[in-house]
Design a protein around this ligand. Sequence first.
Ligand SMILES: [Fe+2]
Length: 310
Amino acid sequence: MSAEPTTPITHLRYVGIAAPDFERATEFYRTAWGLEQVAEDGGIAFFGSPAAPENYLLRVRKDSAKRMDVVAFGVRQASDVDALAERLGQAGVRIDREPGKLDTPGGGHGFRFWDLDGRLIEISSDVAERTARELEPKESIPRKLSHVVFNSTDAPATLAFYEKHLGLRLTDWLADRLCFLRSGVDHHILAIAQAPHVALNHVSFEMRGLDEYMRGTGRLVRDGHRLLWGPGRHGPGDNTFSYFYDPFGNVMEYTTELEQIPDEKTWEPRVFELTPENSDQWGTSNSINEVFIPAQFNDPDQGLWTPSPV
Ligand SMILES: [Fe+2]
């Protein structure tokens, strides 16, 4: 018999960003990155994957300021939305929007709150699903959203917030630099990096398999996009990685084969040392220090504690 879930969170639903050059952003995600634009509504583009039942995985909003708009997690049912909103409100967490009907594609029932660093987080249920199909062999486009990583000036405090308020569970640490949190069997859906300022670290998209991950990586390289770090295979999470900039200096990742954590009850979080092998098991990537360390810190987020208009 499986254990009672300790978190109402089922999965990472989407990441919303705002960009000053909306046309360039949408062009990048549609053509180079391989997402499918599923809706556009008054300066917001919504991107999904033909393989994902999730209505959309990424949204890009036109704004004069570059910012992370909102990160959305799914729960099973409307009563979970309401219960979580009430619990967070009672715990003193700042609520942006009380539970109600969502007017974004797919609708649903949701609410929004700010985490301790001022990131806007949405929790939702009952979002309509799209008809999804399996990706074909060699089809090198994202299959689903894998995970999002936040930069935090106090990673242990941010970890404690998500453990306490959302019930996410610590899977592993990479030294004292990066911690990985899960809601189910995936090694992580959220990770928190110790950083000089609060910002979006990166967003990761899962590819069909190793071949498709390499083909996607090669497509971007051939198109002239700089490979910031990769191809390689991480120690913690055991997943592959190729990191690129979007047109606004946000880091985006192609990954595949993320480690699965099957036995919830017996899992003990590990601490991986900072070694070249834990950085990249394969040894095929460039050094993490060259470009990626500064790139992943991103610009200080301009949207903290500020509601998103949509
Ligand atoms: Fe990642």
